[in-house]
Ligand binder design. Structure first.
Ligand SMILES: Nc1ncnc2c1ncn2[C@@H]1O[C@H](COP(=O)(O)OP(=O)(O)O)[C@@H](O)[C@H]1O
Ligand SMILES: [Mg+2]
Length: 399
């Protein structure tokens, strides 16, 4: 059994302004079983999950969970199977009620809500995307998509307009009259996402929403979710047991073990400043080359047009910088120190790609161009890529 830090890392939470908090989880305990009071007393006396089960027959779902989720962030909850992820996320719309503690949504304790307010919260405020899609098999894609707005009392005409808009957003325009069984798993999950978006809820709960999909489809869905989030700025609570997925999607990540919160932090904090041995072991298997991106390693260099790139000007800039990009708008050239003329780059990558994806290109050339929003802005050499990985590996060892 690991030593559990009782004061879980959320130091920066002090700095969070209240209005930035969308959901606050305040010292929440969840006990399953017939003797919750006894189990709580055991927990407060320091007993572990296994001991509590042995002494009281109760299962500890969550133990003293305390953190908040900011408006507009993608907050990932991760942990192994049985760690309490689903139990936690179901508290946010009160599908599960806490044994002790409070859940505040927009500052309001949801346990104080009456039936009408709770219904409004579930219909308008928080919407859910399920792992097994949860689509109605005998209804079309469009009908499935608009069931939220229809329940909200939106007119059919407006609901259809809204539904079509969301289907377009998730790339399913033209499929609105199909039935779920006619779609692939990935497409069905897009319908699930469109349906959740059609409620126009500010909060999306996604419990292992992509876990059942094939790796390639899963990765597409992740990218699409990121695009949608960049546009809509929802508050997304995303559960996964896949660390790569968590790092890819999460602004912040919470790590649960046996119903306890071990760390809340950015991907970088989780990777390079793990709060305890458990988190460290959890993240050790991460492939750094996939968790680091070209923008963390490349260097920006001046960009000149053909006309500007006189010999004198280029030479002067090359004294100050590693390289100069000469861009005629079509095929940018690189003038670079320390890169032989034959080895000048023809390949380029966007700054957001994982460093690992640059390796095949760097095996064929000493350097590649890095583009931001399609415009060449910098250079990535083999040396830069290796140094960035080495820096991370060092930070990892020292923490
Ligand atoms: N309704 C329930 N009754 C009893 N135990 C439950 C119930 N729901 C969850 N649990 C237990 O609570 C713990 C957390 O479960 P869960 O939240 O489903 O984990 P996860 O989603 O991380 O896999 C597990 O030990 C599980 O067996
Ligand atoms: Mg679960």
């Amino acid at each position: 059994m690991d030593d559990v830090p009782r004061n879980i890392v959320q130091a920066e939470s002090e700095a969070v302004i209240m209005s930035d908090v969308k959901i606050q989880v305040d010292k929440v305990y969840k006990i399953f079983g017939n003797r919750p009071a006894d189990a709580l007393a055991e927990l407060k006396a320091g007993a572990r999950k296994a001991e509590v089960l042995q002494k009281t027959g109760c299962i500890v779902g969550l133990r003293d969970i305390d953190f908040s989720i900011r408006r507009g962030e993608t907050f990932v909850i991760m942990g192994l199977s049985g760690s309490g992820k689903s139990t936690l996320i179901r508290h946010f719309n009160r599908l599960i009620e806490p044994t002790a503690g409070r859940i505040l949504v927009d500052g309001r304790n949801i346990m104080d809500m009456n039936a009408k307010e709770l219904l409004a919260l579930r219909r308008h405020g928080i919407s859910m995307v399920f792992q097994r899609f949860g689509l109605l098999p005998h209804q079309t894609v469009l009908e499935n998509t608009i069931c939220g707005p229809i329940l909200q009392g939106v007119s059919r005409r407006d609901a259809v307009a809204l539904g079509m808009e969301q289907l377009e957003l998730v790339g399913l325009k033209g499929f609105e009259n199909r039935f779920p069984s006619q779609l692939s798993g990935g497409m069905q999950q897009r319908v699930g996402l469109a349906r959740a978006l059609a409620t126009q809820a500010e909060v999306l709960l996604m419990d292992e929403a992509f876990s059942a999909l094939d790796p390639l489809i899963k990765s597409d869905m992740q990218d699409q979710l990121k695009d949608i989030q960049a546009r809509l700025k929802k508050t997304i609570i995303f559960i996964t047991h896949d660390l790569d997925e968590a790092l890819h999607l999460g602004d912040r990540i919470a790590i649960l073990k046996d119903g306890e919160l071990r760390q809340v932090g950015t991907g970088e904090e989780i990777l390079f400043r793990p709060a305890d041995d458990y988190v460290e072991r959890f993240v050790r298997k991460v492939d750094l080359s996939r968790a680091m991106y070209a923008y963390e390693a490349f260097e920006k260099v001046p960009v000149l047009t053909e006309a500007e790139a006189t010999v004198e000007r280029s030479a002067a800039l090359l004294c100050q910088h590693r390289g100069v990009i000469v861009s005629n708008g079509v095929a940018p050239r690189l003038l670079s120190r320390g890169v032989s003329a034959e080895a000048l780059p023809t390949a380029s990558v966007e700054a957001g790609v994982a460093i690992g994806q640059c390796f095949p290109l760097l095996a064929a050339a000493d350097a590649i161009l890095v583009t931001e929003s399609g415009k060449p802005t910098g250079i990535l050499t083999r040396e830069m890529a290796f140094k960035a990985l080495a820096r991370s590996a060092r930070a990892d060892r020292m923490s």
